[in-house]
Design a protein. Sequence first.
Lengths: 384, 600
Amino acid sequence: MGLDDLKRAEQVLPKKLYEKLLERLKRYNIKGKLANKVAREVIKEYERVQQTPGEAVGVVTAQSIGEPGTQMTLNVFHFAGVAEMNVTIGLPRVIEVLDARRTPSTPSMTIYLKKEYAKDEKEVRRIAAELIEVKLNDLISDTVMDLLNTRLLFTLDKGALRNYNVKPKQVEEMLKKVYKNADVKLLKDGRIRVKLKTEDVGEMYKLKSKVLDTYIKGVPGVTHVLPIRDKKEWIIKTAGTNLKKVLELPYVDPERTISNDIFEIAKVLGIEAARNAIINEVKEVLDRQGIEVDIRHLMLIADTMTFDGKIRGITRYGITSQKSSILARASFEIPLKHIFSAAVKNEVDPLQGVVENVMINQPVPVGTGIPKLIYKVKRSGDKE
Amino acid sequence: MSDVFLNGKFIGYHENGRGLAELVKERRRKGEIPYYVNVYYSEEEDTVYIFSNHGRVRRPLIVVKDGKPLLTDEMLEKLEKGEMKWSDLVRQGVIEYLDANEEENAYVALYPEDLTKEHTHLEISPMVIFGTQANMLPFAQHALSPKVLIGAKMIKQGIALYTKNFTQRMDTDSSLLHYPQKPIVQTLMYKYINYDSCPAGQNVVIAVMPFQGYNMDDAIVMNKSSTERGLFRSSYYRPYVAEELRYPGGQKDRITIPDKDVVGYRTEEEYRYLEEDGIIYPSAEVKGGDVLIGKVSPPRFLTSLDEFTAGIEANKETSEAVRFGEKGVVETVLITETEDGNKYVKVKVRDLRPPELGDKFASRHGQKGVIGMLVPQEDMPFTASGVIPDIIFNPHSIPSRMTINHLLEILAGKVGALAGRYVDGTPFAGEKEFDLRKELLKLGFRDDGLETMYNGMTGEEFKARIFVGNMYYLKLKYMVANKLHARSRGPVQLLTRQPTEGRSKEGGLRLGEMEKDCFIAHGAALALKERFDSDKVVVPVCKNCGIVAVYNRYRDIGICPICGEEAPITFVEMSYAFKLLLDELKSLCIYPKLIITPKG
């Protein structure tokens, strides 16, 4: 003890924690005996929060989330927000995250802006409007298909142009860019003419809907935006996500902007970010319902779902399919499939998990089931 | 032009739909059209709907003309004298039945004073909003509607003098209240359904106060001395049936005292009450397992068995015995014949059930509770005039449920008991709280029903005044004696060797999936193993092929189905359910090989 506590801390504490301790000691200018005392307390606290070997953390986590989950089932409010800007919350959202569904039922982004843009409401509203994906279909009031001359005539809607802040010239340019070998021209009467190469009528119909779907401006995928005030700054909530494109925008703060699509996060920002997203998404739902669950339970779940670099849901196709025990897998869902495939592959069940040992009525390898006696008692009749 | 529909089918047009509807009504009141015809004119659709089919809910109303009801005082007088009947009123068009559609065209006044020129009908009484059941709750207009429903539901569960020919009947699961009383606080409905001849409860003195926590969470404290004097004493009846069935091949059951050589012979003691005819005698005191009707049946597969048993008739014992855990006295023995001419015996067993800890009681207002403690009367609190309550009811049951009618009944019951009269508590029309209070004051009590009370154990005066009064309480049919169950060892299922399920089968209480998880969460691995040892087996397993083997103890050798005799075996402890799983896998042509390694 005494002066060695700081040295002991270096050995006992994780590197990051130890560095943080040194940094704090330096910041508050603590030295000598007092520093040792601080280190001793930190070690004590660090050891206190450690789990004992054999603690059934998985079951405790499942119970800690499952029990409040039963209360959430009773809560009828599964959506929040206005009309088209709904966001799934409550139990459906938790299920969605933990099952690792490919796309969330209500994809959305929370866009933070750089400091110089985030203060002015007008500016934020302008930026928000720029984000909405605009297609040709949104800008026109009428379409004429001239079968004789094989051309399409689009009448631009002036109101829509003003709303989306688009110039007719812009539309023409975008169409020219996409359909390089078609003859696109902005006519004097405000219509846009697209001359097609094909003469086949069926082909023309197909092309018409394709042209109508042409991207003009904005962020692809974003259907609605909602600027809201969050404490001191303005942030933008969106319906529809496209994290990659949004992060490229110059006025967006890339460090804080986030999507609620876990798979998108994993693709754009990596698996660690996805792990954090799982934690945050579940925690937000629980917080909204006023349910307090220790964050470490959520961390354990997120770790289990992402530790092999891929996002695996807590389903029969996800982490349960990774279990080594045949019996454990068979007892979860569709037992026949697992038993038959195990029989075909000549699998061996090592019987090291909890579920399978409950099934064969052997002590389960948690808690008091872990320590074993090595000494073998000799019975009187035994041979040497 | 209005469309006209008859029973949902289009039948034609009429130039004046409203007039047509009026005409139909007019002629129905005159009796020219049957009274069950209803007509409805929809202004938005300009359509007349006429209905004469079945399946419509209809309700009677008094017809009003020019702001005056057609029902006159003269008619009422005649009705009272019996010179006129309800059907006469309907025939004369004084009262008519409206269905849901025609009601849309009606403007109904609730009270005669409210009548104006526009009104078309007058409500007979506001209490008709409730049905027969809900009208059984006194002062129901002071209760929350869900509580009225709960109350109405529970009145049906009260143990009563449910029929007067109960000695002749063989109802399954029936109870009989020994000293039923007419309620002091009644409603009009009690008269109509002749409740006073078959009452279902007793009037008790009730004090609204906590009692040492023994009446918390809806429990009630009951005066033990009252129950010993017969309060809420009831009998529980259970009939047992046996029939001499005939089987193909001329065989039949025999009702008799079984011989000792029948398969499944019980003990001689259990047959001790049977008389020569194999049937018990009335007034025998029986307990669980005692045979009421001795019966033997022929073996089930007669022909195939005969070859092996070489003609020895192995009859089966199929007697009717008192259910496990029950007791009682044989009340009636009935011997008769079925339609097929088989001998048919019924034995009714009666059990005396004085109130005990855990029995369920309720007032008529949805305030139910179980007995939390039976207190001898010397320990019960008493009022200044020496009245000792029968039931102590916890006041915490009132505020969140808002059953004001419960409190009103206590007050009304007190007035009725003191004045020696019945109190009318008909919903919307009964006696008013103000009048009841005035009467109570006149009788020499505080008008709010509070009284000074003294602690029965110390004799000290309670600081607070206690609300005491009389009210009608019901003993509900749920009694602990029918629910109580525990087991340490007992019967197991044949297939899995796990304990049976359910009280009637003397089953075990399951440690389920979630409870198992709790053991794991606590890390209590070995305690969990012991809990699941109920189907523990030690099976010999062949070390070579890892399959369940046979151990011949006499020769001390293992016999493996694959390796044959003298196989190296070891004994493995497992649950029988797992051994069953191994067997079932084998039946699927899957070889579940157990790899045996030394323990540890």
